[in-house]
Design a protein around this ligand. Structure first.
Ligand code: SIN
Length: 547
């Protein structure tokens, strides 16, 4: 597939919108940034689907924050850094844990439905947290409660202009600076140049690259891929977090997550023989950090020749389980399973992209005019293994910081983006067009089989060869969202496999069968990638004219 792949169909006209600040993404990071920025600037927020079709919306566990004794930001810092397996950026973690409590209190003003008993907020416990510190809403419906409240606040209480079903094809750059994004409307097929002095990337993760994932279908890594094309530094792509307890039943698109909060409330893991096994691997038992739990599960299933282990909550009160975990119980009921009376088959499932677009402590990427926040960003807070429920917190804290930085930044930008003209090349007519859906299945199968939870050098090399062959075979005439998504997923898949092959050690969520030990001497460092300047093609979108 040669570049530039962005082209206009003959006779097609381009719409144009102009903002001070353009926000891409409709989850917690995007909505928080947009609401904050709109207090001062003209803000447009574009989301690829709808506000109830985001990874934030599906979040169950909650948001971790040290809201008061016996907890403290210092304790939260220690837990985060210990889980991160030597790769956390400690300054970024300090920002996260120190600013987190205030951001969560502010969120509670917008979303008053956080769970309380007698007026006191209820705190849940999750893996590798030394105290209960996870606030939740609607039991395990935290994501939908928070998303709905933030979307309502953006719609009703702010001046943000909201656009749904707007797929971002690519970022617009001029002289190395980001000046907005080109989008494709998924309802009417219209193309729009969204010009902005500042663009905030909050496009979420990329779980769909692995096919079996807790993420929604829209999580195809578009943000990381387009930032990479625009010349931004990206890093840590090998650190893909697999959640220990995805529901292990065949044939699901988005895998039902069984929240870690269940183990926090006392549920056990049992192997095929019905034995609890976690305490043999870690004194914290079922509440060890996620990477430790996943390794233990893989050892057990390999030893037993089984596909999954079981989550056992049958000793917990049935009525209480229903009240505390309404989403999980309803999801399981759809599969004819009952948490209160049955062992639930669970296996690791792709859940979270730790790596992403490199940012500083203010969410600035290495491309001027481009910020990133949330799962798409790599702030360094998660190291090599994210602590449960730190991700919604990261979106809140760093989007707030981006907004505070904008106040110093937007007005000082020299370029008048309104006057830029982009002239897109016309699409070449291809003799045949590849089947994007079939290519996507090929990609996800090979990622799951060769670049999945446990990796090996020979398989990673084979994956890279297959990915290369797939990329060269593809040929598209007319491009639509499935084709653009596929190219983004191929970009990410290839970079993930490259980074995973390079890191010949096991650290955090990156497990290498052929290098089972951690290697601090060589590898206590990040792998950072940047598209070489000569491949970047300034003017990927054609000629830029200033009028
Ligand atoms: C969960 O509820 O187990 C997921 C929480 C997270 O990934 O942070």
């Amino acid at each position: 597939m040669t570049r530039p792949y962005i082209a206009i169909r003959s006779g097609e006209s381009l719409h144009r919108r102009t903002f001070d600040v353009l926000v891409l993404g409709g989850g917690i990071a995007g909505l928080t940034a947009a609401i904050g920025a709109a207090r001062r600037w003209r803000v447009g927020l574009l989301t690829k689907s709808t506000f109830d079709d985001t990874t934030t919306f599906l979040a169950q566990g909650g948001i971790a924050a040290a809201l008061g004794p016996p907890d403290s930001p210092g304790l939260h810092f220690e837990d985060t850094v210990n889980a991160g397996a030597g790769l956390c950026d400690e300054e970024a973690v300090r920002v996260l844990v120190n600013e987190g409590p205030d951001r969560v209190r502010e969120l509670m003003e917008i979303c008053p439905r956080f769970d309380k008993v007698d007026g006191e907020i209820v705190l849940g416990r999750e893996g590798a947290h030394s105290v209960a510190r996870v606030v939740h809403a609607g039991g395990d419906a935290t994501g939908s409660e928070v998303s709905s409240a933030l979307a309502e606040a953006a719609r009703v209480g702010s001046r943000v202009q909201l656009y749904e079903n707007e797929f971002v094809i690519d970022l617009l750059t001029v002289d190395g600076r980001c000046v907005g994004a080109l989008t494709l409307n998924l309802d009417d097929g219209g193309l729009t140049l969204n010009m902005a002095m500042v663009t905030i990337l909050a496009t979420g993760g990329a779980g769909q690259v692995f096919g079996r994932t807790t993420n929604p279908l829209v999580a195809t890594g578009d943000g990381v891929a387009m930032a990479y094309r625009a010349g931004a530094a990206i890093r840590d792509l090998e650190f893909v977090q697999f959640h220990p307890t995805g529901l292990a039943v065949p044939g699901q698109e988005t895998v039902q997550l069984i929240t870690e909060a269940l183990r926090g409330e006392g549920a056990y893991l049992r192997n095929a023989a019905g034995e609890r096994f976690m305490t043999e691997y870690d004194p914290r038992g079922e509440l060890a950090s996620r990477d430790v739990v996943v390794r233990a599960m893989m050892t057990e299933t390999r030893r037993e020749g089984s596909e999954h282990v079981f989550l056992d909550a049958t000793h917990l009160d049935a009525a209480w389980l229903q009240e505390r975990f309404p989403r999980v119980t309803a999801g399981l009921a759809r599969h004819g399973l009952d948490l209160a009376t049955q062992l639930i088959p669970v296996a690791p499932v792709c859940h979270y992209f730790i790596g992403g677009v490199v940012t500083d402590l203010w969410g600035r990427t290495t491309v001027p005019g481009l910020y990133a926040s949330g799962e798409v960003a790599s702030t360094g807070v998660h190291g090599a293994n994210r602590l449960a429920s730190n991700s919604l917190l990261e979106g809140l804290v760093f989007s707030d910081r981006v907004v505070r930085d904008l106040d110093r930044y937007v007005g000082r930008l020299g370029e008048d983006v309104r006057r830029l003209r982009f002239d897109l090349p016309e699409a070449a007519s291809a003799a045949r067009s590849s089947d994007a859906a079939a290519a996507r299945r090929r990609l996800t199968d090979l990622m799951a089989n060769k670049v999945g939870v446990v990796r090996r050098g020979d398989e990673l090399s084979a994956a890279l060869a297959d990915l290369g062959a797939l990329t060269t075979e593809l040929q598209f005439g007319e491009m639509g969202a499935p084709e653009y998504e596929l190219l983004n997923m191929l970009t990410l898949g290839t970079q993930i496999a490259k980074c995973a092959l390079l890191r010949d050690e096991s650290r955090g969520v990156h497990l290498r069968d052929d290098y089972p030990a951690i290697d601090d001497a060589q590898w206590r460092r990040h792998v950072t990638l940047r598209l070489p300047a000569h491949e970047r093609e300034e003017g990927l979108l054609g000629k830029v004219e200033r009028s």
